[in-house]
Design a binder for this molecule. Structure first.
Ligand SMILES: NC(=O)c1ccc[n+]([C@@H]2O[C@H](COP(=O)([O-])OP(=O)(O)OC[C@H]3O[C@@H](n4cnc5c(N)ncnc54)[C@H](OP(=O)(O)O)[C@@H]3O)[C@@H](O)[C@H]2O)c1
Length: 344
């Protein structure tokens, strides 16, 4: 049994960590922070957690208390983990950061995209990018994990088999992605209001979104050539879910694309390659840590279309964070992540 802390427990990824960890047989959530809700009991704010965390209450983030934990999750805006991670690591506490603070290896590039200096460049070298399908062995011994973003997870898992096999042109990739509204967090914003977001759909960040350099870096690690990626995210009127439609151009004649995907992910517990001809739905992964994928070659032409769906709060954030924790502490990778998706 290990003790864990969560910094940022009132946000959507924080409460999703609580929901999933309630079923984890080896984890005791000992500390949970919120500056705005200090003293409030977790189950008073989130009644779905009644019966699971009856005494746990939000507290101010305190490095000493967090440093007594075996592991701490940061479910906070960027910049917060920069400030605290070094002290926690020095105390022997492992850090799993759901924000973008340690995802980019280049501190200058991070500063350009996030409009502020990098707060902990000295930790970048040891940070491990927590995409288990790419970095499982490194994750097992890591002290500091950068959990991938939601769009980056759906896009990278969709392109991975094709890029590793050298079958497509890495310089001509197009990722057309849709997200549910929880992707923007729980803070009040006009764009997230019911009357603004429902019954409508819009693209955003077409000229350059913060997830672009992260996805480019990840796709670059899968093969040796420069990556050219057009990434256009869209806001859609659903609560959870990411749908990525991924286009690429074949440079070699593949033997069997379906078999390629099935073989690459045969031993991956959280990637489900659907039967040929399928169109995965975001609702099929709601509340669940699976990335569901289908591969198509329309008209047997030059273009491959991969459809990849995840729940942004689970495989796109808190579920993947727990998958990393399981690997780091030698637990079964499924622990806390076994429940099937909600349907309908
Ligand atoms: N939402 C998604 O689908 C998703 C997916 C992947 C990754 N992420 C990333 O995960 C992180 C959390 O996202 P979210 O959607 O859960 O955010 P959120 O709903 O906005 O919640 C943010 C949480 O952080 C706390 N917080 C804010 N500023 C803080 C500070 N300076 N120090 C300590 N705590 C602070 C807030 O509580 P108090 O202000 O009360 O302290 C709140 O509990 C973000 O970096 C986000 O980019 C989100």
């Amino acid at each position: 049994m290990i003790n864990v802390g969560i910094v940022g427990g009132t946000g959507y990824t924080g409460v999703e960590l609580l929901r999933l960890l309630a079923q984890h047989p080896q984890v005791n959530v000992k500390a949970i922070t919120s500056r705005s809700e200090t003293g409030v009991k977790v189950c008073d704010m989130y009644p779905n957690l009644r019966g699971h965390y009856d005494t746990l209450a939000f507290s101010e983030p305190d490095a000493k208390a967090l440093g007594a934990m075996d592991a701490v999750f940061f479910a906070t805006p960027h910049g917060v983990a920069h400030a605290l991670a070094g002290e926690l690591l020095a105390n022997g506490t492992r850090v799993i950061d759901l924000s973008a603070d340690f995802r980019l290896r280049d501190a200058d590039e991070w500063s350009r995209w996030y409009d502020q200096p990098h707060g902990a460049p000295e930790l970048l070298e040891e940070a491990v990018y927590g995409l288990p399908e790419m970095h499982r062995e490194k994750i097992k011994t890591a002290r500091l994990i950068a959990v991938p973003g939601c769009y980056p997870t759906a896009v990278q898992l969709g392109y991975l088999p094709l890029l590793e096999a050298g079958l497509i042109d890495p310089n001509q990739l197009i990722a057309d992605c849709k997200s549910g509204v929880t992707g923007a967090g729980r803070g009040a914003k006009v764009a997230s209001l019911l009357a603004e977001a429902s019954e409508s759909m819009k693209a955003y960040g077409a000229g350059g979104h913060r997830h672009l350099p992260e996805i480019r870096q990840g796709l670059g690690d899968m093969q040796p050539n420069p990556v050219g990626l057009t990434f256009v995210p869209h806001l859609t009127p659903m609560i959870r879910g990411i749908h990525a439609t991924l286009y690429s151009t074949l440079t070699a004649e593949p033997e069997d694309l379906q078999a390629l995907f099935e073989q690459r992910y045969a031993n991956e517990p959280f990637v489900d390659v659907m039967p040929a001809g399928s169109h995965p739905e975001t609702r099929s992964v709601k509340g669940n840590n699976t990335c569901r994928i289908a591969v198509h070659r329309p008209g047997n032409g030059n273009t491959v279309v991969v459809l990849s769906v995840i729940d942004n709060l689970v495989k796109g954030a808190s579920g993947q964070a727990i998958q990393n924790l399981n690997l780091m502490f030698g637990f079964d990778e499924h622990m806390g992540l076994n429940a099937p998706a909600l349907m309908p």
